[in-house]
Design a protein around this ligand. Structure first.
Ligand SMILES: Cc1cc2nc3c(=O)[nH]c(=O)nc-3n(C[C@H](O)[C@H](O)[C@H](O)COP(=O)(O)OP(=O)(O)OC[C@H]3O[C@@H](n4cnc5c(N)ncnc54)[C@H](O)[C@@H]3O)c2cc1C
Length: 171
């Protein structure tokens, strides 16, 4: 096994939606050198149309109520939510200078009613942490000596010992 790629600080995140941007931020905050691949000119393209352009970014409720309202396979979310719950989400965006409000049904929105403020805050945090955004589409994972060694993109190859795939789903 190629230990060099496992020891590398390099992380590639594939996809610049909210999941990819949060993953890039978390990796960079842990000391990784992060590159994010996204073919679209704008990051968070889908995020920017959510909640009719206002972005209902979380719900202001406790653990039990939150999980009662997850329609299926709620257990899948336990571990992630235990580490980063809706209080953390609200703190994250408030710290980035995005004031939030709570509406009917405990739905949380930016006071500005602009989803762009949410994607903008994520981009701002990534920039501060030195995450490099590369306008490219990932085409395949690369392997060397049985070990993950990076991502092959349309415009070039990107070497890294760790790859996070956050390419979303169909709308
Ligand atoms: C109309 C609508 C309204 C919604 N409203 C809300 C709401 O109010 N609140 C809410 O929480 N959720 C809402 N959602 C759901 C929300 O949009 C998704 O849950 C969220 O966008 C998922 O984020 P993601 O990062 O996983 O994926 P996405 O946002 O889909 O991002 C995936 C990214 O990966 C990129 N990508 C794909 N393939 C590749 C590749 N091969 N190489 C590189 N990059 C690639 C794509 O270009 C994209 O930018 C709504 C969805 C829709 C469609």
């Amino acid at each position: 096994m190629n230990m060099e790629c496992l020891m590398s600080r390099d992380v590639i995140v594939v996809g610049g939606g909210p999941a990819g941007m949060m993953a890039a931020i978390a990796a960079a905050e842990s000391g990784a050198a992060v590159r994010l691949l996204e073919p679209n000119e704008r990051l968070g393209k889908k995020l920017n149309i959510t909640g009719k352009g206002r972005c209902n970014l979380t719900n202001d409720c406790g653990f039990e109520e939150f999980f009662e309202n997850v329609p299926c396979n709620a257990r899948f979310l336990y571990s992630a939510y235990a580490q980063f719950d809706s209080v953390c989400v609200k703190e994250f965006f408030s710290d980035e200078g995005v004031p939030l409000k709570v509406e009917r049904g405990n739905r949380v929105f930016p006071v500005s009613d602009r989803a762009f403020d949410i994607s903008g805050a994520l981009e701002k945090r990534m920039k501060r942490l030195g995450v490099r955004v590369i306008r490219d589409r990932a085409e395949a994972l690369m392997f060397q000596d049985g070990c993950l060694s990076g991502v092959a993109g349309g415009k070039g190859n990107y070497h890294a010992g760790r790859v996070v795939v956050t390419t979303g789903g169909v709308s």
